[in-house]
Write a protein that binds this ligand. Sequence first.
Ligand SMILES: Nc1ncnc2c1ncn2[C@@H]1O[C@H](COP(=O)(O)OP(=O)(O)O)[C@@H](O)[C@H]1O
Ligand SMILES: [Mg+2]
Length: 403
Amino acid sequence: MTILLFLLAIIIVVLSLWLVNIYQKIHEIKNLVESFQRGDLRKRLYLKGKGGLTEIAQGLNQLAERCLSKDEEKDIQRERLLSILMSLPDGVVVLDRDKKTVLANTAFLDLFRITDYEIEGKAFTDIIRVPEVLDMIDTTYRERELSLKEFYYDITSRYLQVIGVPNKMRSGIVLIFRDISEMKRVEEVRRDFIANVSHELKTPITNIRGYTETLLEGAIHSRDDALRFLGTIRSNVERMERLITDIMHLSKIEMGYLTIDKRRTDLGISVERVLQLFRKKADEKGIEIINNTTGAEIEADPERLEQILTNLVDNAVKFTEKGYVEVNYEERVLSVRDTGIGIPSKYIPRLGERFFRVDPSRSRQLGGTGLGLAIVKHLVNAHGWQMMIESEVGKGTEVKIIT
Ligand SMILES: Nc1ncnc2c1ncn2[C@@H]1O[C@H](COP(=O)(O)OP(=O)(O)O)[C@@H](O)[C@H]1O
Ligand SMILES: [Mg+2]
């Protein structure tokens, strides 16, 4: 009997020890799960022995491991997306359904000169107050369709384009801002150019038409009138020819078809060839033409060099009434100097702009197209040289090319 009681006691002790052990393991598992719930996926539980609870603990460990690597992967992906977004040249802003800012990249902050980096969660209308943009945002929210707008932002004096894209997943929208000032400028230059060309062509065409009609209406019967009118028609045609040649030239240069084949060139001979073209005209005006480059050598494309010189000497002779025109070359500076009418200093920065002339009607009268210096500027740059113009009204002008 006592033996039986003793055995029972032993069984009870063993059983309770076993139960305590199980209770402890369950408690540890509970703690582990609680830490997971708090978001601490780094905690692990290693239970001694074999059995169901040890396996559960192992299973939980593995699960946490997998979640953790998924989380890390997500972090990496998020980081990658963020770095792409931040390196975009376009400004990007994500708005939620309540028009609050969820995300904005640095380009956006730069475009609007925003120095407050904590704009997340703020209402967009508190950040940007440009009516065009606010209108566009309303439209994008309302119509849930892509929309686009251009506007002038006077704080930075830039033209901006904004594209609104509805964000299907979150019922918010994404705004993309782009600086289109340079595009606008190019567009404007092109528009101006077309307007200028049309304007330049209109006068000779009107003249030709007028004189042709006069001839047809009877002037042809007077030999003297007929010769005079035909002479005028011819000079108008020549004017158009010069204009078209210069335009074609300029467009060829600007389209990148210009190749510069630099080689050792006898500058003195090139200058002499060019001056020869103007000697007669200079004689008629009583101006002296001087070549101070005899014997000099230069690294240049001879054909282009003569084009440069032709335009510069043409201007010098054209805009000089007395004195001289001389071409010099000293210490790598090639210059064409005259004692002519000079150029007011406020206009000097504009020289080389297409169709820019100090006195348009005088330039036209003298057969100019207003494109000469623009062509020269391109040719000089293509050689890797620099052009500088110095001038004084009434004294003269010197165009220097630093080679
Ligand atoms: N040597 C110069 N002396 C005075 N004015 C000049 C001289 N060279 C250029 N200019 C001014 O610059 C303008 C532009 O020159 P250019 O492009 O060669 O046009 P164009 O000779 O057809 O008038 C001229 O119309 C003139 O007003
Ligand atoms: Mg000219």
